[in-house]
Design a protein around this ligand. Structure first.
Ligand SMILES: [Zn+2]
Length: 205
């Protein structure tokens, strides 16, 4: 069921990508936004801005063209029975909230207890990166990272903690610059075994 849902998501995503407006349409849209702010998009300092914004957005949202499950495909089985926690700590990421397209700047802690095979550690950071480079809410991003690792690696357990500051509330709205949001998703032994969960939480928060 889970993988069917994910396959459907992927179909939707691919369709969304093939229906994308072209570069000229996007630049025209950015020119409209500049005009709407009250400035003149044809003045010297702004003339190249729509093209720069399009390139920047391409970078911010490159995650739509990447498949996180693919990243975790290559695993290693010669691990001498290693079955303790593997935790990659403090993975810095930049994302954008799907409500305001404002930056979300934060760190992720990703841990799992392997079940016979492990994945290259940089791959854990890359999975965070793919989901960060899409429009997000932090709760969803936390769940997506944990679910993908769980579905692909089938480990004994997965834990993901994300701590991030949301520019839509630090630089606008309620203006609370020192607040950050902490979310977590624990699966398998991290959910069932309070010692594993505690060990992981003590590394992160
Ligand atoms: Zn927001």
């Amino acid at each position: 069921m889970m993988s069917n849902v994910r396959a459907l998501d992927r179909v939707k995503l691919v369709r969304a990508i093939s229906d994308r407006p072209n570069r000229a349409e996007v630049e025209a849209a950015f020119r409209t936004i500049i005009q709407w702010t009250g400035d003149d998009p044809s003045r010297d300092g702004l003339i190249e801005t729509p093209a720069r914004m399009a390139r920047a957005f391409e970078e911010f949202f490159v995650g739509y063209s990447q498949d996180p499950a693919q990243i975790l495909q290559k695993t290693f089985e010669e691990i001498e029975g290693y079955d303790e926690m593997i935790a990659l700590r403090g993975i810095r990421f930049e994302s954008h909230c799907e409500h305001h397209m404002a930056p979300i700047i934060g760190q992720a802690w990703v841990a799992y207890v392997p079940s016979g095979r492990v994945v290259g550690i940089s791959k854990l950071a890359r999975v965070v990166e793919v989901y960060a480079r899409r429009l997000q809410i932090q709760e969803k991003m936390t769940a997506q990272i944990a679910n993908t690792i769980n579905d692909v690696l089938k480990p004994q357990g997965v834990g993901v903690i994300i701590k991030a500051s949301h520019h839509c509330m630090t630089t606008r709205g309620v203006h609370k610059p020192d607040s950050d949001l902490v979310t977590s998703r624990m699966l398998g032994c991290f959910r069932d075994n309070s010692l594993s969960r505690q060990e992981f939480l003590s590394m992160a928060v």
